[in-house]
Each structure stands twice: as structure tokens, then as C-alpha cells.
Design a protein around this ligand. Structure first.
Ligand code: PLP
Length: 384
């Protein structure tokens, strides 16, 4: 797969139809439940099934990922569960990486108990480990690169190649990189998932999700299953997503610039024992990142030496960073992550984790970067 248009041009103008909408620079919202039968030759009948405003967001998202179709959902989790439900046939087996967005593992464990499906959780850093987990009944390999919590990467090209030779489908949660910095379909991955609630929405004012692919038959399948399950995205929300997409490339550029500055600063800070950020040359998989990503978003985690109680107190000192559990918006956020022995054990050996510590997730926003650095510096110095 190849992206036919530049991202900036897709974001700004793909789907413009000035003639159709009286020259309006922004297309109006089709905020309607149904379309009258006399006019169904346009192809629209009911907005759970299809709606022009939802389709405009889908058109831009598909093009941004070099896909042939996109299906939008009411949340990122609805998009993830649509993918899992699509492959959850009787007796099927799914391979999933360990450090995914938490609800993925939760859903897979729930489905494994409820239905005749099984899941193998893998580290994901080594394609050979994934290959070894394949069984005759394996249907799907589920990836998230960079992963949640510690931002480890999977080799997309190598894994897609292994999967194809075994007739297994691959899906990836690409929310961290956004379509601006990573296009997994170009490496042979079959399905891309985004939570639109993060960078694509970008303003912390919406919840949405999308699944994108190249194979048209599969696209029809996802479209039909969405009509059956019903987790469609609302037209008004789709309009907001399209609004947000128009500025996605410039926002991502600024998130990257700010985050690289913040990460380099934190890496040299005496109170920070480790920074987990794929944009740092010290990341153990830095080379892999260069191969499959064209840039880095603004989310990272850091290990600090204080106990969680002391760190929670430190967070109260921050003036620019709000404590909150999302990321990818214009605003800087920080959150204490559930870091424990289990997580430390699951981390790749190449990521050195020594001494008890707390793990913090930092989402670097669009504020003045020096203000952010000063803010973190001041607060971190309150730790022992
Ligand atoms: C937030 C998030 C999701 C879930 O998206 P919602 O829109 O909140 O349902 C999925 N994957 C990743 C990586 C996320 O950060």
C-alpha cells in the first residue's frame, strides 16, 4: 500500500465539495436519523448504516492510512472490540502483545472465558516469539506499537510477513503515532485502529474510534457488523473529527518538537531514573523506530525514584500539567501509572529497571515548552 496524497493535503482538502454545499468552506452536518425513500438513490437510508458526514471523516481517515476503507465507531474501544469480535470465531486463537491499552487484554480474557476462543500474550519485541506462538487455529495477531506504558515497538514488516505466510490477519492500534508518523498498512499490516479521542480529536472534547483497512471485502464485513452491533459514530461528532483532522499535521509537528525537548531534559534529570520515549536515541529499539515511523508523538513515561505517595504529592506542585488519565490533547497531562513487579518483569530485559520506583505518563501538550520544562523541574526537585 502507498499513500497517494500528502498527509497535509488529505487533512486540509480531501473531500471538499464546494459545488454541492453552496460554496460553504465547511460542509454542513447531516444531523439526521433517516433519508426519505424517494431519495434513496443517493445510497443513504438510515444513519446507523451510512451518513454523508460520517463518511467524510472516514474518507479522510482511510486516505491518511493509505487504506481503501474506514469505519468509524463511537469510541476507540468500540473499534477495538469490533476487530476482536470480527475474528472471534469458535475455537479461534488470537496472539496479542502484553502491554496494550488495558481494555484489550481485559476483553480478550473475558471472551476467552465466555467463548471457545483462546489468547496467547507475547512480549512482541522479537518476531520469532510471535512466530512460535502461532497455532493452526490462529486467526489474528494484535499489535500496539509503540505499546502502552513503556512504548516498546514491534517490527511491523517482519510480523506482517510471518502472518501472511500463515494466512493470519494482523491488526494494530496506531493511536500513539497517529497516521502522521506511522502507516502500518504500508508494511503489510491488515487493519489499523485509532482512538480518535487522542491526537486525531486533539482537543480533549470527543470520544471516537476507527478501523481502517485495504481489503474491500473485509471493509464490507466491518460495515455490516457495525450496523448489527450499532456502535456507530454520531454525525456531529464525525464533523468534529473532520474539523480536528484539518490541523493534525501541524499539531503533531509541535507535539513532537515539544516532547523531544522535554524527553531530553528529563533524561538528564537527577530525579528521573529512566525515560521511555521512542524518540530518544537511548531507546533500545531506536533503530526500529526510524525504520517504521517518520516521527514521534508527545507521550512518554518516566521512572522516578520516589514512592507513589511521595510522587502523588509532587504532582500537586505542578502548575502546567494537570493530572488526568487521557493523552493526545492540546493540553499537557501527567498521570501515575500502575507500576509494579509484574510490569517490571514483563519489560524487555534491555530496558533496565532498577530500584523501586514510580512510573509516570506524561502527555506533552502545545504550551510553551520552556514553561513545561521549568514546571517539571520545579516539581521533581521536591522528591528526595
Ligand atoms: C485511549 C486509548 C484507547 C481507547 O480509546 P477510547 O476512545 O477511549 O475508547 C485505545 N487505544 C489506545 C492506545 C488508547 O490510548
Amino acid at each position: 500500500m502507498k499513500k497517494h496524497l500528502a498527509s497535509e493535503d488529505i487533512c486540509t482538502h480531501l473531500g471538499d465539495e464546494y459545488d454541492r454545499y453552496l460554496g460553504a468552506i465547511i460542509p454542513p452536518i447531516f444531523q439526521n436519523t433517516l433519508f426519505t425513500h424517494k431519495h434513496t438513490d443517493h445510497g443513504y437510508a438510515y444513519s446507523r448504516i451510512s451518513n454523508p458526514t460520517i463518511e467524510l471523516a472516514e474518507k479522510k481517515l482511510a486516505a491518511l492510512e493509505a487504506g481503501n476503507w474506514a469505519v468509524c465507531y463511537s469510541s476507540g474501544v468500540a473499534a477495538i472490540s469490533a476487530v476482536i469480535a470480527y475474528f472471534a470465531a469458535n475455537e479461534s486463537h488470537i496472539i496479542c502483545i502484553k502491554n496494550t491499552y488495558g481494555r484489550v487484554n481485559q476483553l480478550l480474557e473475558h471472551y476467552s472465558r465466555k467463548f471457545q476462543i483462546s489468547t496467547t500474550f507475547v512480549e512482541g519485541n522479537d518476531p520469532a516469539e510471535i512466530k512460535a506462538a502461532i497455532r493452526p487455529e490462529t486467526k489474528l495477531i494484535y499489535l500496539e506499537s509503540p505499546s502502552s506504558l513503556v512504548y516498546q515497538m514491534q517490527d511491523l514488516e517482519a510480523i506482517a510477513c510471518i502472518a501472511k505466510s500463515h494466512d493470519i490477519y494482523t491488526a494494530i492500534d496506531n493511536t500513539w503515532a497517529s497516521p502522521i508518523f506511522q502507516n502500518p498498512l504500508c508494511f503489510g499490516i491488515d487493519l489499523v485502529i485509532h482512538s480518535l479521542s487522542k491526537y486525531i480529536g486533539g482537543h480533549s472534547d470527543l470520544i471516537g474510534g476507527v478501523v481502517i483497512g485495504a481489503d474491500m471485502e473485509m471493509g464490507t464485513g466491518f460495515h455490516e457488523e457495525r450496523a448489527m452491533f450499532g456502535a456507530v459514530m454520531d454525525p456531529h461528532l464525525s464533523w468534529m473529527v473532520t474539523r480536528s483532522i484539518r490541523t493534525l499535521p501541524v499539531r503533531m509537528k509541535q507535539h513532537q518538537e515539544n516532547a523531544l525537548r522535554v524527553a531530553s531534559f528529563l533524561e538528564g534529570h537527577p530525579k528521573v531514573s529512566q525515560v521511555f520515549y521512542p524518540g530518544l536515541a537511548s531507546h533500545p529499539q531506536y533503530e526500529l523506530g526510524l525504520k517504521q515511523m517518520s516521527g514521534y508523538s508527545g507521550v512518554m513515561s518516566i521512572a522516578v525514584s520516589g514512592e507513589p505517595e511521595q510522587v502523588a504529592k509532587m504532582l500537586k506542585q505542578l502548575q502546567y500539567f494537570e493530572v488526568g488519565s487521557s493523552w493526545g490533547g492540546f493540553e499537557s497531562l501527567i498521570a501515575l501509572l500502575p507500576f509494579n513487579e509484574k510490569l517490571a518483569g514483563e519489560m524487555n530485559e534491555t530496558i533496565s529497571v532498577s530500584a523501586p520506583k514510580s512510573l509516570l505518563r506524561i502527555s506533552v501538550g502545545l504550551e510553551n515548552v520552556q514553561s513545561l520544562i521549568n514546571d517539571l523541574d520545579r516539581a521533581l526537585h521536591t522528591l528526595d
